[in-house]
Design a protein around this ligand. Structure first.
Ligand code: PA5
Length: 472
């Protein structure tokens, strides 16, 4: 396909960019964000960024340091295991799984697990199990060659019921099939690794007792902000993703955000648009719609980041407000034939964010066939990438014609560097949005309550009173 966007600019790749024009009144008419409104938001965003940077300087936001993490322990571990594994089975849920899936889908071959071992160049297939569905779990466990499978149990707390159940099941299979016993030495080391809190939790305890290889989730880094630490980096390195570039991209975005303060940087402008849509325009639904199958799971990761961070009952002074935009994921062009009718003509309660790729990795030219049939001939000679991007442009335009706002993030290429940029931009935007909404973006009391209720219903010791309360 024609290289329609430069991807190199001297030493550093051209970065991702945000285009907000189709959210503005001058482009979509009444109902769009006015220039007066946007200008009025600049100062609050600048202050929000200042507040975040103060907290970073105090050491209260350690996820912001992750782009500067040294990747070498993960790279060394991966090179040590290269050629010895067929499968990497990641057991985790929520923030302990979604980032890894997003990285795998974006950065590995689109059908990576179906590639022959030689094409994977000695790296394992990647399976991320983030549910306790019996059909899915049994089917997956039944098809793995456990002799050549490594299980990475990822849980910051160590005690999340779904991950704990999956760990017990995987360990049961390992013990049964391979005779893995407590302090099984080499056998244990070949098949189990833990990624967990450096001090606390049951996984840390077992890991210490049994000398299992462990990697840390740095203290103070919450699950949904943890993809750029061992949680995402370790599986990514084992499967051959370029984690150094991933971190470089995140670091470049961090520098850019700090150099172009407030609404002048993409994180600030993104947070401001989302905030104004919610507060002033009643658009409480925020759609993330990549026009790239490889970015599909990144919008899944983002959905959790945005929902768990911003959906809160109280503001920072404890006042009840029950606030938070509802994130929705959609995929272009597929969901044009499923969701766009609703976005265009249903309630005007959505802001759509398109992700558009400048240059796809693969060319896919449509053959010039049926020259005599007008309804097919126009496609001949075009590349699928230009068709996909034309569909994105057409959809944004059609929405704008109906006064429906959208923004667009341009991703020059789907590679580790730009995915790193995108991840950090969206994390920073989430933190800024938290400041603008005046809520704590880093807690999740609603999730914790459900976790405790599950413990109670499943008979965990210490939760008897809660069990009685639930059962009435
Ligand atoms: O973002 C979060 O904090 C949550 O989604 C957690 O990641 C999720 O609940 C899993 O928690 P843990 O890693 O403790 O098992």
């Amino acid at each position: 396909m024609p290289k329609d966007e430069a991807v190199e600019d001297g030493a550093r790749p051209v970065g991702i960019s945000l285009d907000v024009r189709l959210a503005l009144e001058e482009a979509i008419g009444y109902g769009g964000i006015s220039s007066f409104e946007f200008a009025g938001g600049r100062e609050p965003v600048r202050k929000a960024q200042q507040a975040i940077e103060v907290r970073r300087a105090e050491g209260a936001l350690p996820w912001m340091d992750l782009p500067r993490l040294d990747p070498s322990p993960y790279l060394e571990f991966a090179s040590q295991w290269r050629g010895q594994l067929d499968n990497l089975l990641v057991l985790g849920i929520g923030g302990s799984a979604l980032g890894t899936s997003a990285l795998g889908t974006a950065l590995l071959h689109p059908y990576y697990n179906a590639l022959p071992a030689s094409a994977r160049e000695g790296r394992p297939r990647l399976f991320v199990l983030d549910n306790v569905d019996p059909d899915q779990t049994s089917a997956l466990f039944g098809m793995l060659n456990w002799e050549r499978t490594m299980v990475n149990v990822v849980s910051k707390s160590g005690s999340t019921a779904e991950t704990a159940a999956a760990y017990l099941m995987a360990r049961g299979v390992l013990q049964e099939k391979l005779g893995l016993q407590r302090s099984g030495g080499d056998v244990l080391h070949r098949h189990l690794i833990f990624t967990t809190d450096p001090e606390t939790g049951v996984l840390r305890e077992i890991g210490r007792d049994e000398d299992i290889t462990m990697f840390d989730v740095p203290p103070g880094v919450g699950g949904r902000f943890s993809v750029l630490c061992a949680v995402g980096l370790l599986p990514a390195a084992l499967c051959g993703m370029d984690i150094s570039s991933l971190l470089s991209g995140a670091q470049a975005m961090d520098e850019r955000i700090r150099n172009e303060a407030g609404a002048d940087n993409p994180a600030g402008a993104y947070a401001l648009i989302q905030f104004l849509e919610y507060m002033n325009h009643g658009r409480h639904i925020s759609v993330m719609m990549p026009y790239s199958a490889r970015l599909r799971d990144l919008s899944d990761w983002y959905r959790q980041l945005w929902a768990e961070s911003l959906g809160k009952a109280v503001d920072r002074s404890g006042r009840q407000l029950h606030i938070g935009p509802t994130p929705i994921k959609a995929l272009g062009a597929t969901d044009q034939h499923s969701q766009i009718q609703l976005y265009a003509e249903g309630p005007d309660d959505k802001i759509v964010c398109f992700l558009r790729v400048g240059c796809f990795d693969r060319e896919a030219e449509i053959p010039r066939l049926h020259a005599e049939k007008d309804s097919l001939a126009y496609l001949g000679g075009a590349d699928l990438g230009s068709l996909l991007n034309a569909e994105q442009k057409a959809t944004a335009w059609a929405l704008a014609r109906r006064g429906r706002p959208s923004v667009r993030i341009d991703v020059p290429r789907v590679d580790a560097y730009h995915v790193g940029e995108l991840i950090f931009m969206l994390e920073y935007a989430t933190a800024l949005a938290g400041e603008l909404f005046n809520i704590d973006a880093f807690n999740q009391p609603g999730v914790e309550l459900g976790k405790k209720a599950t413990y109670a219903l499943m008979g965990r010791r210490g939760y008897e009173d809660l069990a009685r309360e639930i059962e009435g």
